[in-house]
Design a protein. Sequence first.
Length: 593
Amino acid sequence: MSIIVQKFGGTSVATTEKILSAAKKAIKAQQEGHQVVMVVSAMGKNTDTLVALAHELMERPPAREMDMLLSTGEQVSVALTAMAIVSLGHKAVSLTGAQIGIRTDNAFGKARIISISTDRMQKLLDDGNIVIAAGFQGIDEDFNITTLGRGGSDTTAVSLAAVLGARCEIYTDVDGVYTADPRVVTCARKVSHTSYDEMLELASLGAGVMHSRSIEFAKKFNVPVHVRNSSVDNAGTIISTISEDPSRGVSGAAVTLDEARVTLTGVPDKPGSSNAIFSTIAQANITVDMIVQDAGTDGLSNISFTVPSSDLAPTLDAVQPIVEQLGIQNISHRDNVSKVSVVGIGMAEQSGVSDRMFRALAEENINIHMITTSQIKISVLVDRDQAMDAIYAVHNVFKLDKQNPDAVPAESQQATTAVDPAAAANELQGLEELSITEISLDSTQASISIQGIADVPGIAATIFEKVAQQDIVVDMIIQSYLDNSELASLSFTVDRNDVDRTLEVIRELESEVPFQQLSSNPAVAKLSVSGIGLRSHTGVAIRMFQSLAEAGLNIEMINTSEVRVNVVVDDSQAAVGLETLKQAFADVIQPTR
Ligand code: ADP
Ligand code: ASP
Ligand code: MG
């Protein structure tokens, strides 16, 4: 018999009335012949209320006690949901994370799932019960209650669907996944389909509709996820291997408001510097987000990165000793910044996506502090008070409110085959462990670096428009900005055959866009590690930096995304670099399904 997991978020179980309506949905699915597992969140804003209570007592409550406290929210709603089902004349049993057997590590507040036992749930389902599972919680080896991080009930739902070989429905307070947060961008449009990769990026870039780790599970175990409105019977959005419009350069936009930037200037440009910096930050349990490293000049490079604002103070504490140890000239930071990103799986095949984004921002007089790109996303860092204008500007320029009438219909797209639940169950051990699918080398690129450009709106737009006009496809772009100097630097890669033409374009632009120095490396190699959940496993970038440093390789450029970390090195080091990474990740590499 087929199993459906139905997850109801906080607003969808905010009152007993809403709980009854959720219960009816589950009963209906059961009557249609499915076995049903419900995953419920805490009622309404109950988790926030519990957090506030803890903070009335202390600023930084012990993480273990916090998890003990927060898990109670879901315990209330599972019991009430079971009662609602019983009151409607059906059989239901509620279970906490521990009772299901959701084993996690002991990272309180952001625990990762190690294994899930299905026996008890399956037996209850076979006995005709609707099983109601508490979202967002698990138990560690020592029987401590753990939580998976805010929004983590989505991850509970998708992981249960994965191990039960079930379909997954996510009921929430909007109609599905939109091109941007519909509460922020009023003209955002609901999409019919979105691919795992697009959703992974969007979720990690600020689209709070799905917990990003839930999409890692969905992708890893090929679980189709159907996001729907709990109060209106609409079509919703299917998250699977299929995209609404794979040809579209940009399919969604997102903003993360509370970012902080740290810039290290005058970093000795030698193997091991990035490793020393980022491994120290990782040891402090801080996840670094955008990382930008300039191609160095005079043996010194500049590294900028962002962290969540709330992690700024501990980050500065953590890097201070390294600043002294490496002899880094200066460290500066800025707290009032936000990250605005666009995502699209068609982006890699198109030229002219980035320059349209940069031009749209320039037209709103928005200055870009940092740029990072990956195959399927472009992120820029802007002043926080311009973040809303920025997301509107990019949403408009890519006409995200309009559907493309020529898009290949979802039905005609090639879906990858579903995963055999038995095979998924065999992989129960280490459910959320790192999974690297590919280590690759691209030896077709050259890098160009422009140092000392005025840091004013429109510079990136002007440069990349001119480059795109020549039909030159730009791959990686990074821009960093130095406090104190009002100057920015821009590095990017193009096909080796295009490097001379690109340099010419930039030289021709010099009167419009003055710069201090233009340099290029006609043959660089891009080494990439691809997999699932690379950002939440901060260790990936560190492991790359560390192994490359030990092999004596110097990294020229870095960029990161949810599904891939790329580093650019000189082409003469390509073969050694590839071999080094293969060895460094030998224990975690798994072929794609
Ligand atoms: P739940 O309590 O059901 O888990 P959440 O508040 O976690 O609900 O997620 C739903 C919210 O996500 C929506 O109300 C919406 O404001 C926000 N959101 C952010 N980005 C998007 C997006 N791209 N599409 C849909 N909703 C989004
Ligand atoms: N109740 C938890 C939270 O508010 C988990 C969830 O809703 O997904 O973060
Ligand atoms: Mg949620």
